[in-house]
Design a protein around this ligand. Sequence first.
Ligand SMILES: *Cc1c(COP(=O)(O)O)cnc(C)c1O
Length: 396
Amino acid sequence: MYDKFQKHLTSQINDIKAAGTYKNERILVSPQYSQIKVNTGKEVLNFCANNYLGLANNKQLVDAAIKCLQERAYGMASVRFICGTSDLHKELEAKIAKFFGTEDTILYAACFDANGGVFEPLLTDEDAIISDALNHASIIDGVRLCKAKRFRYANADMADLEKQLQEAQSCRFRLIVTDGVFSMDGNVAPMDKILELANKYDAMVMVDESHSAGVVGKTGRGVTELHNCRGKVEIITGTLGKAFGGAIGGFTTGKKEIIEMLRQRSRPYLFSNSIPPMVAAAGIKMFEMMDQTNELQDKLHANTDYFIGKMKEAGFDIKPTQSAICAVMLYDAALAGKFADKLLEEGIYVIGFSYPVVPQNQARIRVQLSAAHEKKHLDKAIAAFTKIGKELGVLK
Ligand SMILES: *Cc1c(COP(=O)(O)O)cnc(C)c1O
């Protein structure tokens, strides 16, 4: 059998290569940071990690993890409800709830699992899920696992959301689901308007804060802070794998009965290992840091404003953004690929995105800013963008 299957896979893989969408992985031989070393020996400035607050190699978090590793050893070797719950898990869950102004939290191995396990235990075929068209793959998969009726609205389009809500009025319960920040443009979900519509059409709201937690809002509390609606959405999901240290782990936080039901019925929670104690301990430390200082958020916001301001001044076409994601629009797919390659030669690591990851003729380079960037890093990137922009005829 495998002979035939091997040929089948090889031909599919060749198709992916021919389409130009084959993913090659660059191999880092240094810690994740603003400056990284790849296995060719080259050192580059990193503008494509989700390390928004630079915490992926923060000394205090590393120390907290080491101390915990020595005291609590390596793994839990159990799901939470058998013997995999430690005081550290409970403490981290409480810290997350405090951070978002919610009632309770349930941890998962990843946000992919949080989203995969949130819909099916809560909703049935009598209910409706109304989902933004650009929501993350894990939300799409989670919705697929649930029997609720599916409604989709165009990205952040409130007129379309209203229409879908009207169509879903005969359902028992309605849940609107959105990403907090949409990762290809960096735009933020209009939570205030979503909540108004939820109120008008009697719906609940869920937001995935993976790209916004730690980043968006003056103190990084996410889109509910930005739009002044802390505590008003029923469900928030998020990751510990981006701004919050970048290791591993996800969570759902929100109304306590929802969290209680997820602990009873959510399959990725019931049938998958609990996160390592050292990850929980570093997470606890991280939320303590966020309580004490806003230094990293302030620096990230200053870096983002500076970078975008200078790039616009240089003449680049930048998508409107309220996050630490900056999409430099080039429109042409081949140009975006070439631009990113040339930037790498200049020591700037960024990724070009084209169809099917973004719509046709909307190719771009996505830059992700971080509190780990110093002004000289930003200046170097801006200079490299400007140089290549002129070379490739993007700038005059
Ligand atoms: C990154 C991301 C996830 C997945 O998070 P993991 O913890 O890495 O599984 C889920 N949702 C959104 C919106 C994301 O950006």
